[in-house]
Ligand binder design. Structure first.
Ligand SMILES: [Zn+2]
Length: 96
């Protein structure tokens, strides 16, 4: 089963085509606190990441990646920050 990016309005999937375009997919962190920050960053109501949830590389800044190894990794503690939200979700700051 292809893996879908969990971000709002993002339709990237893990396919040969997306790989060719340089898109990488990253699982949600195992660390509960960091995972919670990712979930908040997504701003998807009622969304809870599972162990198979992934985000694609579009939602991170270039500096968030560690490209020194064979595979592209995210640096520890990185929070996704690049999203295209609908207007009503574009306010800065998260109230919960
Ligand atoms: Zn995505």
């Amino acid at each position: 089963m292809p893996e879908h990016c969990a971000a709002f309005s993002c339709s990237n999937r893990r396919t040969i085509a997306s790989r060719a375009r340089g898109i990488t997919f990253h699982k949600f962190p195992k660390d509960k606190d960091v995972r919670k920050k990712w979930e908040v960053a997504l701003r998807r109501e009622g969304f809870h990441a599972s162990d198979t949830s992934v985000l694609c590389s579009h939602h991170f800044n270039q500096g968030d990646f560690d490209r020194t190894g064979q595979i592209v990794r995210l640096r520890d503690g990185v929070i996704p920050s690049v999203f295209s939200f609908p207007v009503h979700l574009q306010r800065v700051g998260v109230s919960s």
